[in-house]
Design a binder for this molecule. Sequence first.
Ligand code: ATP
Length: 477
Amino acid sequence: MVTYKKNSKRISLTPTEDIVTFAKRKGFVYPSSEIYGGFAGVYDYGPVGMLLLNNIKKEWLQSMVQDRTDIYGLDSGIVTHPRVWEASGHTKGFTDPLVINNKTHERYRADHLLEEIGVACENVSFEEFVSLWNTHKHTVRFPQGVSVQDVGDPTYFNLLAKTNLGSVTYDTQKEEIAYLRGETCQGIYLNYKNVYDTMHPKLPFGIAQIGKAFRNEISPRQFLFRCREFEQMEMQYFIYPGQSKKYFGYFKKLRMKWLISLGLSKKKLRFLPHSKLVFYAQAAEDIQFQYSFGWKELEGVHDRGNYDLTQHAAFSKQKLAYFDEKSNTHLIPHIIETSIGAGRLFYALLEQNYTVQKVSKEETRIVLTLAYHMAPYQMAVFPLFKKTKFQKYAKKIFTSQSNKYSIVYDDTGSIGKRYRRQDEIGTPYCITVDEITLKKNTVTVRNRDTMKQKRIPVSKISTYIEKELIAARKKLS
Ligand code: ATP
């Protein structure tokens, strides 16, 4: 809990509110449609936030596609044929249990209310859920001022978001509904045959994509953790039947290692196997992160068997089999999936790295202790004085580095304030152009964490920063 002064009153904020305020103030994340009072479950990434988000996506693509010979990238459409979601089971089964407050009309996720009091209800049937609800509803912790008498019975609520985009309705009684995709992996299954036919891969191989997904979440809460519009980074790995255990274990390890390589603390990450599997899954584990509101799913690793391709083959009446030259037979590959929300990861990075440090007896500073390669800017460049000759020199440095690094120029306020501003958004290096620069072509480089300065030749800025970034990254591997 942090205490702030607002309108000369001291206010205390919970960790989530604290991060939300900070994220807006520093240009990371803005509430959507704010001038119209906001739009729940949707967020806009600001000038600084979009750089961090892009770093997350760049790192994921690098490790899941570019560094590999066996995984192909994809960027599929958001709106698909309506039958896709029938085949996948989403039109019927993509539901969450909902209870409604009869007085305020507020909606609550009934499964989350049960889970909060330790009742496991993941992947149970509706009948089982109702029975669990009726047994435990009197001990549920409702929001303040709400009691069990205020809420109705649970119903199932479908999360797919409907759209009429592309639907040509001649018969108004029979409107054809399309859906905004509820998960990006369906686009991968739809293109499995295309990728197979054009790239000629041999099993095992994967297809990976980053893209927007939409879910009509009942109560979008906890900032970027549960949104109605969000970005997923998903990879489907197609394997021979019988190899699931091997690749499930392999991807679990790989994904955990990747999260640590971004600077997430090992202590704040753990695996949690699902207590009850959906009917087609052979195995499923979450990688959880310890958010300020508890251990929650950050990424899922799932053994989906051959359910997805079998379903789409049956519904589309197309052959989605793989021809295995070794055995001269056709087979339906099994799938191991890895799936992570870019926003949930963004939020985890903000929460873990948002630090209030004591600098002296009177002074504190906010530092975003992001791994250097993840920081929105790797470098900032300042003219010490707001005079043309210093500004011109600093801008020349900016131009010479901007094609290699993410760099920002700042000449407003005192140098101390400029350092603090960069600390807050995690910039690891600040370069200052001063009087000596003009005479000797050297600059000071100040490190975010040590706050120490060093003087280096202008001609060495690029190699100095490169060396520092490589060394910092090595420590995370
Ligand atoms: P949860 O149980 O938290 O609702 P889920 O099991 O429905 O998550 P999946 O369908 O497996 O999640 O989605 C894969 C990943 O997509 C999740 O691990 C998470 O990182 C992200 N994700 C899912 N739903 C949301 C959401 N509403 N907002 C932001 N990210 C999400």
